[in-house]
Design a protein around this ligand. Sequence first.
Ligand code: AKG
Length: 260
Amino acid sequence: MDRFLVKGALGGLLGKREPEERREGPAGLRGDKESSRKRSRTETPTNAGHSAGPSWRHIRAEGLSCDYTVLFGKTEADKIFQELEQEVEYFTGVLARVQVFGKWHSVPRKQATYGNAGLTYTFSGLTLSPKPWIPVLEHVRDRVSVVTGETFNFVLVNRYKDGRDHIGEHRDDERELAPGSPIASVSFGACRDFFFRHKDSRGKKPTRKVEVVRLQLAHGSLLMMNHPTNTHWYHSLPIRKKILVPRVNLTFRKILPAKK
Ligand SMILES: O=C(O)CCC(=O)C(=O)O
């Protein structure tokens, strides 16, 4: 999980066109019963009129499968954001620093982890236990579970004080994630750009040109990053100097119990 820490600069972005997107009903977060018919981005979601679940935007590209929805209305999202601001305890000291090419830097955001008792994970080369769940995180986790049918035992909290805070391109460490499990990313506060870049399209000499997938993650939104997205694509939250307000992001994960 040390890959959460910034390890490299963002390269130039390749291309501007967005990948194929579909708007369909909430079914398909597991097993994805996708229609083979392509829909235009402006088409009404198929579950419009049903009050039972949110309306999903399905984002697809080669090896990428994500589903996006606004899960919390403004009033509830504001309340959750305030509670997160009051209750979350972020790392300090060595855990808030990162070594890049032998030099120590402050991590350009604040981070915290919460999760089930008995779990351990590796962070910045250290084996750590997450803090026990707090009610606001349980509330968000349980809402995500209700709409997705997925369960999670761990959450990484990232707080970006303004648009200068960011996270560099990385993939989430699959060694500690349950194989094939999705990551649920819930955002509160400032709406920020979020990019996916294909692993073959990185660096100064990419082996292929694959379009960058560009999203905006709104206040109260949920982005499901389904398998195998994390195998083929790196993601990042770039610097946006004009953004002056904070954002808190929660990535709920299913991590494997520590080997005895
Ligand atoms: O803040 C975000 O939206 C991204 C967080 C992230 O990349 C991560 O937790 O791995």
